[in-house]
Ligand binder design. Structure first.
Ligand SMILES: *[C@@H]1O[C@H](CO)[C@@H](O)[C@H](O)[C@H]1NC(C)=O
Ligand SMILES: *[C@@H]1O[C@H](CO)[C@@H](O)[C@H](O)[C@H]1NC(C)=O
Ligand SMILES: *[C@@H]1O[C@H](CO)[C@@H](O)[C@H](O)[C@H]1NC(C)=O
Ligand SMILES: *[C@@H]1O[C@H](CO)[C@@H](O)[C@H](O)[C@H]1NC(C)=O
Length: 264
């Protein structure tokens, strides 16, 4: 399958993203949720497949990080700052849900991710405290066993209503636009992202086998990712299809306004 990636500069977007400070280290707090499956099947819309993201290390994030769903699928490295309560290591979590419940924390970690941070003897103490001081930074997502995947949403209705999301989004960029066309044509139909979810849909889906064009952006650069055939002509609602491509682009950002780019 041919993959062509070329770089574009969207000058109007440049100003907007010039302020992004994605790879900075930020201080915050995290708590945990006992239900990993609830986090995985969270607002982003990945559903059960997200339980496999990074071995179940998933998290709900504050509205500022969730960015109305644009932040979905982003990877964050988290380090606990309380040496009495924590082991001192870092965990990487994938953003799958919006934290609407707890305005005191930036992250609600899955139980698995939280347990990986804390000292075994301190679990009950932390359960009582509820939150812990952390530092976090966004990092590129790496999926060695998966390419970018296309999940056909249950809300799709053949033949024309197609809604998809994109589990296993590698790299460190945001998905800006998604277009779909019949394989062999470049008659692209744009898809619209649902507010607050990472689900893209069109009521104008072409017939036949389908390929996708995804624009990703971060920092000062944007890139088109072209897939080969992903959905067969008889695509099935609820099915998951491998795209055969990896997103590996990493946002280049102008990071002057943050405390530090490195862990202290
Ligand atoms: C969280 O889950 C564990 C293991 O399933 C259970 O032992 C514990 O009681 C649960 N805690 C809460 C607060 O529900
Ligand atoms: C927020 O609260 C609701 C209702 O109690 C619960 O279903 C949901 O899982 C919670 N979300 C998080 C991220 O904790
Ligand atoms: C597409 O998105 C719109 C707006 O979010 C929604 O009203 C519609 O039901 C969606 N269609 C499908 C097929 O998911
Ligand atoms: C990812 O895509 C490449 C190129 O199409 C393919 O060779 C590879 O087997 C795919 N990997 C997985 C895990 O499907």
């Amino acid at each position: 399958m041919a993959t062509i990636v070329f770089y574009l500069i969207f000058s109007s977007l440049l100003l907007f993203f010039a302020c992004a400070c994605d790879s900075c280290v930020h201080k915050s707090k995290a708590s945990y949720s006992n239900s990993s499956s609830a986090l995985a099947a969270g607002t982003c819309g990945y559903g059960a497949i997200a339980m496999d993201f990074n071995g179940g290390y998933v998290a709900a994030a504050s509205p500022a990080l969730y960015r109305k769903g644009v932040g979905c699928g982003g990877c964050f490295q988290i380090r606990c700052k309380d040496s009495k309560l924590c082991r001192g290591g870092r965990v990487t979590v994938v953003l799958t849900d919006l934290n609407k419940n707890n305005s005191q924390t930036d992250f609600i970690l899955s139980r698995k991710a939280f347990m990986a941070l804390v000292r075994p003897g301190k679990i009950s103490k932390l359960m009582t405290l509820g939150t812990v001081n952390i530092e976090y930074k966004r990092i590129p997502c790496e999926y060695k066993k998966h390419n970018l995947t296309v999940k056909v949403e249950d809300s799709s209705q053949k033949p024309n209503n197609l809604a998809v999301n994109f589990p296993y989004q590698g790299g460190q960029t945001d998905i800006l636009t998604v277009d779909v066309a019949q394989v062999g044509t470049s008659d692209w139909k744009f898809m619209t992202r649902s507010a607050y979810r990472a689900i893209w849909n069109t009521s104008n889906a072409p017939a036949g086998a389908l390929h996708f064009r995804v624009a990703v952006i971060g920092g000062f650069e944007a890139a088109w990712i072209f897939t080969g055939e992903v959905l067969p002509a008889n695509w099935k609602i609820g099915s998951v299809y491998e795209s055969g491509v990896q997103i590996t682009e990493i946002a280049q950002d102008g990071c002057s306004a943050c405390d530090t780019k490195e862990w202290k």
